[in-house]
Design a protein around this ligand. Structure first.
Ligand code: ADP
Ligand code: MG
Length: 352
């Protein structure tokens, strides 16, 4: 079921949290609302869910305008960070509860509970209470309860935030598997870029109540609309340097290095100040335009190692390397920037 937000606006008193947001989630698609704390992700999700009344604009499921109908009538499944299971009920009753409210027969409920429990892999746990389950198992129960009504839309608000790192990894692929198997249209709210990148078809990145960019994860990574978006995606993060465009190159101010830029940028921004972004995989010992600096930090990250190189003016470049580099902290290095992959932003931070 397609979800459409058309000029959706939400105020809390005098505070306008979302101002005329447009968003379309295609049928069967999973979209992440990604952004820092307080940017309006949950507010948007709650409006789609029907918990919040909107102050302007429309919300459509398919072609049906659901703006003014209740949450129950919207047929949505919701999973919150807190799981919100009923502690005194066993797992089967927790999952079947939405159907009981709908007054379905107990045989019918049992059949559906068994079916959904198999799908989310909690069949053997049906007689336990939530207190007897691990965090990951509780999360699966919450998912089962959200899905049992065969909702048109699945809404997930930071569903993995309370899980430890290993479980988070497992549940990331599990939620995606279940979303794909059911073909349900889903919106995932998260502040974790890795979660958004790995789980969703598209990411809508938000700041201060606005969607800055909505596109596929790899496209957002490679073609971010702004330095803000570029900085939000990628771990370790992109590094930024500020300098001037001159004679077809970005002049790195601390070392005087000249990094060629595309013809169009060289023309339109000659003599102007720009900000360039270099991802850690594009600053390497063996290729590109050499930049001298001093190794100031080395961090083993398992398969890869992160090196932080400080330039003479104190700015830093990060380098991520798959093979071990024989350098120590304090060593002078001369490593190269891959000019092809350098992102160039104008003084307002927009990608050129
Ligand atoms: N019920 C509410 N009453 C007043 N302000 C709220 C309420 N809910 C959220 N806000 C405010 O709206 C903004 C967005 O909140 P929220 O959507 O929860 O952000 P996010 O989920 O992105 O962290 C914040 O400034 C928050 O303080
Ligand atoms: Mg939130």
């Amino acid at each position: 079921m397609r979800i459409l937000l058309d000029k959706f606006t939400k105020n809390f008193g005098d505070l306008t949290v979302i101002d005329e947001m447009d968003l379309e989630v295609h049928d069967g698609e999973m979209v992440a609302l990604l952004g820092g704390s307080g940017c309006g992700k949950s507010t948007t999700l709650f409006a789609i869910c029907g918990i919040h009344k909107v102050n302007g604009g429309r919300i459509l499921f398919g072609d049906r305008d659901v703006t003014n109908i209740t949450s129950q009538e919207r047929n949505v499944g919701v999973v919150f960070q807190s799981f919100a299971l009923y502690p005194h009920m066993d797992v089967a009753h927790n999952i079947g509860f939405p159907l009981k409210l709908r007054k379905e027969t107990s045989t019918e409920i049992q059949r559906k509970v068994d079916e959904i429990a198999e799908m989310v892999h909690i069949g053997p746990l049906l007689k336990r209470r939530p207190g007897e389950l691990s965090g990951g198992q509780q999360q699966r129960v919450a998912l089962a309860r959200a899905l049992i009504r065969r909702p048109d839309v699945l809404l997930l608000d930071e569903p993995l935030a309370n899980l430890d790192a290993t479980l988070r990894l497992e549940m990331r692929s599990e939620i995606r598997r279940i979303q794909r198997e059911t073909g349900i249209t889903a919106v995932l709210v998260t502040h974790d870029q890795v979660e958004a990148m790995s789980m969703c078809d598209r990411i809508a990145i938000m700041d201060a109540g606005k969607i800055l960019q909505i596109t596929e994860p790899s496209d957002m990574y490679n073609n971010p609309v702004s330095d803000y978006v570029a900085g939000f995606l990628g771990s370790p993060p992109i590094s930024f340097l500020t300098g001037i465009i001159q004679n077809g190159s970005f002049i790195e101010p601390a070392t005087g290095a000249k990094i060629p830029v595309r013809k169009a940028i060289a023309g339109s921004h000659a003599g102007r100040e720009v900000r360039v972004g270099i991802r850690p995989e594009y600053y390497q010992p063996d290729k590109g335009v050499m930049i001298k600096g001093t190794v100031s930090m080395i961090e083993a990250q398992g398969r890869e190692t992160l090196y932080v190189v400080t330039l003479p003016d104190g700015n830093i470049l990060r380098s991520i390397q798959g093979s071990h580099s024989p350098v120590k902290i304090g060593d002078a290095v001369n490593w190269g920037i891959d000019a092809e992959h350098m992102l160039v932003f104008d003084k307002d931070g927009l990608l050129i």
